[in-house]
Design a protein around this ligand. Structure first.
Ligand code: NAG
Ligand code: NAG
Ligand code: NAG
Ligand code: NAG
Ligand code: NAG
Ligand code: NAG
Ligand code: NAG
Ligand code: NAG
Length: 264
């Protein structure tokens, strides 16, 4: 785990370095516009509706380099729920989508990263029937009443606190001694399964959660972590957290089962 932490911090340092040059005009307004354009692009099934999309964008779906013109963005989807978070430090966005339309029930998470004035990287975790605890209908039912709204400035946690809470939870899968800052109450929405009230119900053990990519939004106390849930063959995964007062309030997970065909 020590090695992983070093890798993660090198990764963040690298991101911080190259974003310094472009951070001047990376505003919340711009990121919101980019995220909204992404949601609209998915609703229309027209990827090129994404604003500031680099013509050399790197696109990744479920841990595979993919063709953005043929992936999920090529399908028009009736979106039941969308929620985006904005990271002005890294110049990145994260968007959660829930589609209950029986034609194509889908729950997805997407990170978009700017380099300079263009979006140069998009990574999505796209889950369907057959993925871990998948049920778009119940995901929507449980996610809807949750409060992921703005946190008053004086109550906001730092980026470091928000990330540390998420990292503690993820480290617990491979180190039973880690102390996780569980909130009271706390709810875990894993696929379409809801563990509501108390989150300290245990996690599997012996599972390293590697290759973590973060999008952090202090204004709403959130961090989305895309990662590889290890094992054989491993599950491409998104864990998103809402942190309040340094403690975990909500967790949303999407875990792809790569050993069976999508949607089966
Ligand atoms: C950056 O985005 C703008 C606006 O979408 C676009 O016109 C331009 O071609 C993009 N630049 C590159 C290098 O992709
Ligand atoms: C898939 O995940 C592995 C393990 O985290 C990582 O090393 C690899 O770069 C990923 N591949 C792609 C195409 O994202
Ligand atoms: C995304 O969610 C916002 C409310 O948060 C809503 O106003 C908007 O219409 C939604 N967009 C789509 C395409 O569903
Ligand atoms: C960002 O763009 C600069 C200039 O084109 C390039 O040197 C750098 O490698 C890019 N960084 C990433 C992470 O793509
Ligand atoms: C950032 O500023 C540069 C220089 O003013 C401009 O060319 C670019 O379009 C801006 N990027 C965005 C996404 O607004
Ligand atoms: C999803 O949950 C709903 C409500 O509990 C249930 O009616 C439905 O059969 C479930 N769908 C699947 C695909 O399991
Ligand atoms: C496990 O977590 C404990 C508590 O944070 C820490 O002291 C220990 O170094 C960790 N073990 C490993 C192997 O990372
Ligand atoms: C993944 O799907 C396969 C084939 O349907 C199934 O045997 C396996 O139990 C699933 N794994 C998980 C972690 O759900």
């Amino acid at each position: 785990m020590v090695r992983l932490h070093i890798e993660a911090s090198l990764f963040l340092t690298t991101l911080a370095l190259f974003n310094d040059a472009s951070a001047k005009n990376c505003t919340r307004a711009m990121l919101q516009e980019a995220a909204d354009s992404y949601v609209a692009a998915q609703a229309a099934g027209i990827y090129s509706n994404i604003k500031w999309l680099s013509n050399t964008v790197t696109y990744n779906e479920n841990n595979k380099t993919a063709d953005i013109t043929k992936g999920i963005l090529s399908q028009a989807l009736v979106i039941s729920h969308n929620r985006s978070t904005l990271d002005t430090t890294q110049c990145a966005t994260y968007t959660e989508l829930i589609i209950v339309d029986p034609k194509n029930p889908t729950v997805s998470g997407t990170q978009m990263r700017f380099n300079g004035s263009n979006i140069t990287k998009i990574e999505s975790i796209v889950t369907h029937k057959g993925d871990w605890a998948f049920n778009a209908t119940t995901t929507l039912i449980y996610a809807t009443p949750e409060n992921w709204g703005i946190i008053p400035v004086e109550k906001r946690d730092t980026r470091a606190t928000i990330q540390a809470a998420a990292d503690a939870y993820l480290d617990l899968f491979n180190n039973a001694s880690v102390v996780v800052p569980w909130g009271t109450p706390c709810a875990r929405l894993e696929g379409g399964m809801y563990l509501n009230g108390n989150c300290d119900l245990g996690v599997p053990s012996g599972i390293p959660m590697t290759n973590r990519r973060y999008v952090i939004d202090e204004t709403v106390g959130t961090v989305d972590v895309m990662l590889m849930l290890d094992g054989a063959p491993g599950m491409p995964d998104s864990h998103e957290y809402r942190i309040e007062g340094g403690k975990i309030r909500y967790v949303h997970t999407m875990s792809v089962n790569v050993t069976h065909p999508a949607g089966i």
